[in-house]
Design a protein around this ligand. Structure first.
Ligand code: RP5
Length: 163
């Protein structure tokens, strides 16, 4: 069974940013499934998705949520898979609330926390792929290709300071 990434988000309103996770995974040929599930609105559904993930071939879980963002922490409590958290800007605090809520897990139940917003979403996908790459050569090649493309895009970009 090919390894998959589970993308969870607390609300439909998170999709604009969290779609970047799926897009980056697709570009590397990594399969995923996506669900809206909230830590506080649908706690039972969230727990079930987390508990059953490993049995469905999921190997990494990416959670995106805004405001008092408990989603990644709750999912990490319910699963031994690696959990990556993407804090989202969904309140007047512009993601700082979600960043602290996601990153400041007490010792014992880790959440690997990325940057707020789109950068964090893209990096969550790249980090998930890097984890899967440890066991899957095709994904390792895709991760390496992604790095090479980023190098190329810098080197090929004309320097505006050149005359
Ligand atoms: C969080 O509350 C969600 O992850 C979302 O970022 C935020 C706002 O949700 P909506 O009110 O837009 O549904 O739980």
């Amino acid at each position: 069974m090919d390894p998959k990434v589970l993308i969870l988000m607390g609300s439909d309103s998170d999709w604009e940013v969290m779609s970047e996770v799926r897009k980056a995974l697709e570009e590397m040929g990594v399969g995923c499934e996506v669900h809206v599930s909230s830590a506080h609105r649908t706690p039972e559904r969230t727990g079930k998705l987390a508990r059953e993930a490993a049995g469905r071939g999921i190997r990494v879980i990416v959670c995106g949520a805004g405001a008092a963002a408990h989603l990644a922490g709750v999912v990490a409590a319910e699963s031994e898979l690696p959990v990556l958290g993407v804090p989202l800007a969904a309140s007047d605090l512009k993601g700082l609330d979600a960043l602290l809520a996601t990153a400041q897990m007490p010792a014992g139940v880790p959440v690997g926390t990325l940057a707020i917003g789109k950068a964090g979403a893209v990096n969550a996908a790249l980090l998930a792929a890097a984890i899967l790459a440890l066991k899957h050569p095709a994904i390792a090649a895709a991760v390496q290709h992604d790095r090479e493309e980023r190098v190329r895009s810098v080197l090929e970009h004309p320097d505006p300071r050149e005359p």
